[in-house]
Write a protein that binds this ligand. Structure first.
Ligand code: AMP
Length: 212
């Protein structure tokens, strides 16, 4: 199994780029998506993670590691996997390295770099279709005035609870605090890939494909 860890601040474009890479045969696993699904299904996991997510804080390592390790072990051996949003901390990175070794997987970390002002603007203007996940931006790609999603015809189109500006700032602080540790970890293993995440989606995608 080949694992590519996508690292980047919230709003750096990890989800968008991952979606494009799935067209090249990658499987995309996002811990944020898994947790949001758990919250909206009101599952046991959802009840455990909801408070942390609403506060823009990280879910405890132990819980995230358990969820991801069990997901990895169920995947076929020839999977090319994009891990989006995991690991975010040093203990998570160590845990991933251990699981990867146990299942014979390689791990590379792709860092998507975007300056902080651009991130705040991207995130606080982002809107999402609750039915299909299609994303919009109030300035660059405004949601239809009818309130119906242009992708699925349904809706509603809403602001993610954790995209409100106050929470965005908190999430970015949390990210900055973890980023250096992750960079050092993957640099020391010789498996760090850096890409400039500023610019059109396709241009960033082309840079990423050259690296992978
Ligand atoms: P994301 O969509 O990746 O920004 O994740 C949304 C929220 O889910 C984060 O703000 C955290 O509360 C939680 N979360 C997702 N992945 C992790 C992780 N690897 N470690 C801890 N918390 C996480």
């Amino acid at each position: 199994m080949k694992i590519v860890v996508l690292v980047g601040a919230p709003g750096a474009g990890k989800g968008t780029q991952a979606k494009l890479l799935t067209e090249d045969g990658y499987t995309h696993v996002s811990t944020g998506d898994m947790f949001r699904a758990a919250v909206s299904e009101s599952s046991e996991l959802g009840a455990k993670v909801r408070g942390f997510m609403d506060a823009g804080a990280l879910v405890p390592d132990e819980l995230v590691i358990e969820v991801v390790a069990s997901a990895l072990k169920q995947l076929p051996k020839d999977t090319r996997l994009l891990l989006d949003g995991f690991p975010r901390t040093s203990p998570q990175a160590h845990a991933l390295a251990e699981v990867a070794e146990a299942i014979g997987a390689t791990v590379d970390a792709l860092f998507i770099e975007v300056p902080i002002d651009a991130l705040i603007e991207r995130l606080s203007g982002r809107r999402v279709c609750e039915a299909c996940g299609q994303t919009y931006h109030v300035r660059y790609n405004a949601p239809p005035a009818t309130g119906e999603c242009s992708a699925c015809g349904k809706g509603p189109i809403v602001q993610r609870r954790d995209d409100q500006e106050e929470t965005v700032r908190k999430r970015l602080e949390v990210y900055e605090a973890q980023r250096n540790a992750l960079q050092a970890f993957y640099e020391s293993r010789g498996s760090l890939l850096m890409v400039n995440g500023v610019g059109e989606v396709d241009a960033v995608a082309a840079r990423i494909k050259q690296l992978l």
